[in-house]
Design a protein around this ligand. Sequence first.
Ligand code: HEC
Ligand code: HEC
Length: 294
Amino acid sequence: MNAMWSAIVVVLVIANILGCLWLIRATARRRKNEPGDKDTTGHTWDGDLAELNNPMPAWWLFLFVLTIVFGFCYLTVYPGLGNYRGLFDWSENSQRQADLNTEEHKFEQKTKAFAAMDIPALAANADARGIGRSIFLTRCTGCHGSDAHGAPGYPNLTDNDWLYGGSGDQIVASITHGRRGNMPAWGATLNDADLHAVVAYVGAHAKASDAKTAQGEKVFQTYCAACHGADAKGNPLLGAPNLTDDIWLYGGTPAVIEATVRNGRGGQMPAHETVLSPEKIRLVAAYVYSLSHP
Ligand code: HEC
Ligand code: HEC
């Protein structure tokens, strides 16, 4: 706030409070020159029914005055009058920072013992799992679901079937640096017959049982084996999924497989190193690890 606005705020606030004081005083007095011998407001109904003017009891008025005094004390101690910062220089931000520091400190004390444990050991520790779970619930459920079962395009983290590997280190790496799957689009490269054949082959869990899937196997070995492996079991270094099991990242119906092969896919797991400390990443990784290692 610049000085002029600050001055306007100060004047308005003080004028308001003094205005209240004036109002209390004005209504507390018995009014003079009212008609009749009783102290009435002057309103009458049915000829003789008059409204008496009884000022509020003194103790009540005293409470109002007390709140005004409190208001002035408050404005002296805490910021409230324009740019004036209060006697103790208190601010919401400094209070919040102090709270955060104590929380951070408590967290460090609590997790000191965890530093020496590896991910499987952390996953077996109920305290560590609990902290990991709360990090998961705030950071990961938007994509992987609150039960970590995922959704099309977002892998299920509970099934021990991994795109990038399920060891403690691999999970930590997935969370820390993020991952980007790159499945190229084949719509322009493959003719329709080859494309349908390879879709049929993949849909049959990479088993050639008839002429079409046998043709598909040939296409697969030429174009797909480099990433998915000659046995179609996938490659964790590339995040290429295993195509022989019944677990699908995008879906295993012929239509979805065809869309995947024709247009390609590029799932992205965001890097978390900028938003979570390494210790927190280890704890959430341990929670994820525990889901498939009960
Ligand atoms: C913006 C959405 C999003 C958020 C948020 C997100 N993820 Fe992911 N995650 C993904 C996607 C998409 C993939 C798959 C990437 C791919 O297709 O290559 C993935 C992959 C992973 C993998 C690798 C799975 C495998 O099979 O190898 C792990 C582990 C993982 N996420 C854990 C987490 C954790 C823990 C959090 C929270 C700290 C998190 N993710 C937050 C979208 C997200
Ligand atoms: C450059 C490496 C690469 C090549 C070559 C490749 N893929 Fe992929 N494929 C991937 C990756 C990586 C993914 C995972 C994409 C993601 O995470 O979003 C994937 C995903 C898939 C999926 C989705 C699986 C699921 O669980 O939903 C299918 C189906 C598939 N590929 C089939 C094929 C076929 C058929 C070919 C050959 C015509 C092929 N891929 C060639 C890397 C490759």
